[in-house]
Design a protein around this ligand. Structure first.
Ligand SMILES: Nc1ncnc2c1ncn2[C@@H]1O[C@H](COP(=O)(O)OP(=O)(O)OP(=O)(O)O)[C@@H](O)[C@H]1O
Ligand SMILES: [Mg+2]
Length: 279
């Protein structure tokens, strides 16, 4: 856990990052082209953009699960590699990635175990998180006894186990039904307000991005670039409740992000009837 961080050190600093995947033939795929992005401590930033625009690639680079072709990435002022070794962040990715031989509780306790947290404290923390994600009746079940959405909730609980100062989340709510999804969004907002965690959050849902974020990064595909960044300006995390979803500012930000995204659709689907006036 990062204890020595100051407010001046960004949670994430991505500078001029390009990632080119080699192809068997031809010149390869430029998944990201000269992407720069800084995320402040405690800031919630969403990445949104069409499938294949490099969102997961960017998150994987920050998590040091992949390395950039060029450019640099720092997490709390350290190289991404060091931050991974120090486990400065929690991750919940598109695939839940649970250990099949461990129970729900066992999976959630894993990061605590790796950090030498004692058994009783681990149990207590896991129980708290299991309740948070609504799986109290399933603590001793194994992942293959759960639905996809339930597995995803276990992964989210696990990512929160150590109250990390940074959460990297790749479509963590993608497999959830609408009601559970909104409940988890509300919970995430509450957790972020409580723990002051910074979050980089990938989603395909415009309302989800707007509801959760301080800033929404709109990406464009091939090569993946940042098209625009929308500052949502809906105020402090701690003040975000259900009624925000009915707020005028909320709808305004929704249409801003939607219009920026539809710049792509106009290209992909030239017969589309929707007019694109922005940009
Ligand atoms: N390991 C890899 N090897 C080769 N190409 C890759 C690899 N990972 C990603 N790509 C390519 O990089 C591009 C971006 O992929 P990425 O998974 O980052 O997209 P994404 O924005 O997360 O899409 P989605 O919304 O569908 O999850 C795609 O063209 C993909 O084919
Ligand atoms: Mg992805």
């Amino acid at each position: 856990m990062s204890t020595s961080m100051t407010n001046d050190v960004p949670a994430v600093r991505v500078q001029g990052v390009t990632r080119i995947f080699a192809a068997r033939k031809g010149s390869g795929v430029t998944a990201l082209d000269d992407v720069s992005l800084t995320v402040a401590p405690g800031e919630f930033v969403s990445l949104i953009g069409p499938s294949g625009c490099g969102k997961s690639t960017l998150l994987r680079l920050v998590a040091d699960l992949d390395v950039p072709t060029s450019g640099s990435i720092e997490v709390f002022g350290k190289p991404a590699r060091q931050a991974r070794i120090d486990q400065d962040y929690g991750i919940a990715f598109q695939q839940a990635g649970l250990l099949p031989w461990r129970t729900v509780a066992g999976n959630i306790e894993l990061p605590l175990e790796l950090h030498g947290v004692g058994k009783a404290a681990r149990r207590a923390r896991a129980a708290e998180l299991i309740a948070l994600v609504g799986l109290a009746d399933f603590a001793s079940h194994y992942p293959d006894q759960l639905s996809g959405g339930m597995q995803q909730r276990v992964a989210i609980a696990r990512s929160l186990a150590e109250s990390p100062s940074l959460l990297l989340m790749d479509e963590p709510f993608g497999a959830l039904d609408e009601m559970t999804r909104e409940r988890m969004q509300n919970e995430l907002v509450r957790i972020c307000a409580e723990t002051q965690a910074a979050v980089v959050f990938v989603t395909h849902s415009i309302p989800e991005a707007v509801f959760l974020s301080n800033r929404v990064v709109v990406m464009s595909p091939r090569p993946g670039r940042i098209r625009s960044i929308v500052s949502v300006g809906l105020g402090e995390m701690s003040g975000r409740g259900e009624d925000l979803r009915e707020d005028e500012g909320f709808f305004h930000a929704l249409s801003q992000v939607r219009e920026l995204l539809h710049g792509d659709e106009a290209g992909i689907n030239p017969t589309g009837v929707r007019g694109v006036e922005t940009r």
